[in-house]
Design a protein around this ligand. Sequence first.
Ligand SMILES: Nc1ncnc2c1ncn2[C@@H]1O[C@H](COP(=O)(O)OP(=O)(O)OP(=O)(O)O)[C@@H](O)[C@H]1O
Ligand SMILES: [Mg+2]
Length: 287
Amino acid sequence: MSVISVKNLIYGYSKGTPFEKGALKGVSVDFRQGEIVALIGHTGSGKSTLLQHLNGLLKPDSGDVLFEGKSIYESKKSLRDCRFNVGLCFQYPEQQLFESTVYKDIAFGPTNMKLSDDEIKKRVYDSIKYVGLSADYLEKSPFDLSGGEKRRVAIAGVIAMEPKVLILDEPTAGLDPLGKNNLLKLIKDYNEKTGNTVIFVSHNMDDVAAVAHRVIVLSDGELALQGTVDEVYSQGEKLAGLGLDVPEITSVFIELKKAGFDLGDTEYTINGAKEAIIASLMKGGAV
Ligand SMILES: Nc1ncnc2c1ncn2[C@@H]1O[C@H](COP(=O)(O)OP(=O)(O)OP(=O)(O)O)[C@@H](O)[C@H]1O
Ligand SMILES: [Mg+2]
């Protein structure tokens, strides 16, 4: 079942000025209940713009956004329902933190949801722990934290609302390898423990392969490709043509093909590559 669908979304920035820029040019896509979806695409392809439509932060010039089958623009109530159930963590977490303490920042969403004080407190303590920070952080000012810590606090604030759809725009950007692995684990955990949908943007194809069930590729404001990791990653040349960093194995195979050793462009794992090379050698192939 689709939890969010977008239908033929068109959106432009700076309309009616010389800087007018068509950022989404008719995108239709479904996000299903319980899946982890990675959104990829070169810089400026419209990923952040699309995500900001999913909880009604941006309003399309035309097209529609459906949350659980109902247009989020149908009434004030439907937009509110969507805002409480679709939690978006911005690309730059600084844009999200504004309270005087980390506690107040994380409590902001649950407070708006009019939960009881006890429930709010429980959610704040649970979510700071969930993102790997100790409760000592709760009394600090968010502005005194490092970039990675700010990102984690911003994520905790979204998770505290226990959204049915958790959206993370480039959550691993700027994190060290340990922080990055913890974050990928958090994505998997949240999805497995709650059964909720997670949508995230990443420029790292290996990170995407590690956690995503499905991949959506945007290019210049249009949907270029979508499918399972296997289906999308096996189209190495097409991905390279879209300006994406293909997995290392894929780029080796693309270069081999150019040099006259065609082993296809569908392998992206070391094991797959090994098998393809062995199969070709057994056939007395060109390698
Ligand atoms: N506030 C804005 N005003 C004007 N143009 C904008 C604004 N935000 C984005 N754009 C333009 O809209 C297009 C889509 O931008 P968007 O930020 O959605 O891309 P993105 O895929 O998220 O890129 P990145 O990988 O760099 O984060 C780009 O051409 C961008 O320059
Ligand atoms: Mg972006």
